[in-house]
Design a protein around this ligand. Structure first.
Ligand code: GLN
Length: 247
């Protein structure tokens, strides 16, 4: 078996080690004897989504998001078709915002892909800290680090998780991210996947099943180190309360 991973715009969307997510996808496939091909698409490159099994859209500053916005408009329809067809996507922070309708700062409105029915408005106070979630997709917590000025309203969408520590989508709603079809969109940087191997395997398995059918499964890995990294964050914030912003 083989999966092809498209890394979108690593020249612009590359904050806080988002690239580590690519390494994690690749390694966890290789450890199971599954071939992994990673294709970095630089801004302006042509992208054939029919060749891709997983897409990573990382985080970026407002300036980089604005630059990316132009390239996204060219691939909007193909990206949408890929998502509607069950294509696997991990979108992080700036990438998450860009999946929505718009990201509005004090200076500009950056048009998104409109893949998700969400909107993001910037506020000057940034939401920065470690974050812990409970996600209905997993029986283990999801941990990460968030740093965003944007507040994302997710409307009717399913959130990725409930915030047990940290800020999340708005700092007020108590929820973080969005899950839609085979898309996970989240503010969690970190990189997200090495500390959350269960999230990585969830996405890999969705991609394998889409390509090879429901019988395709991943063998279990021991994940001793990965679990330690996850436990460390969970334990550190165990007795702390969810941080609600004042209204
Ligand atoms: N520029 C966006 C914000 O501040 C996203 C930042 C990021 O990707 N960390 O909300």
């Amino acid at each position: 078996m083989k999966l092809t991973i498209g890394h979108l715009y690593p020249d612009l969307l590359n904050l806080y080690g988002d690239r580590g997510n690519i390494q994690c996808f690749r390694k966890r496939l290789e450890w199971r004897g599954i071939e992994a091909e990673v294709i970095p698409f630089l801004s302006g490159d042509e992208i054939d989504f029919t060749k891709l099994d997983i897409v990573l859209l990382g985080g970026g500053s407002d300036r980089e998001q604005e630059l990316v916005c132009g390239f996204l408009q060219d691939i909007k329809d193909d990206f949408k078709n890929y998502v509607e067809d069950g294509g696997v996507v991990l979108a992080v922070c700036g990438g998450y915002q860009l999946l929505g309708k718009y990201y509005k700062t004090d200076k500009k409105t950056i048009e998104g892909l409109g893949v998700l029915n969400i909107t993001t408005d910037w506020e000057p106070e940034r939401l920065i800290r470690d974050i812990v979630l409970e996600s209905p997709l997993f029986d283990r917590p999801v941990v990460g680090f968030e740093n965003h000025g944007g507040r994302t309203e997710i409307g009717e969408h399913e959130p990725f998780g409930k915030v047990t520590y940290g800020f999340g989508n708005t700092g007020k709603s108590g929820y973080e991210g969005v899950v839609y079809k085979n898309v996970i969109a989240t503010y969690l940087h970190g990189p997200l996947l090495p500390k959350n191997p269960h999230v990585c395997d969830y996405l890999l398995e969705r991609a394998l099943k889409r390509k090879y059918g429901e019988d395709a499964v991943l063998t279990l890995l021991t994940d001793e180190m990965e679990q330690k990294a996850n436990d460390y964050i969970v334990e550190r914030y165990n007795d702390k309360k969810y941080v609600l912003k004042e209204t």
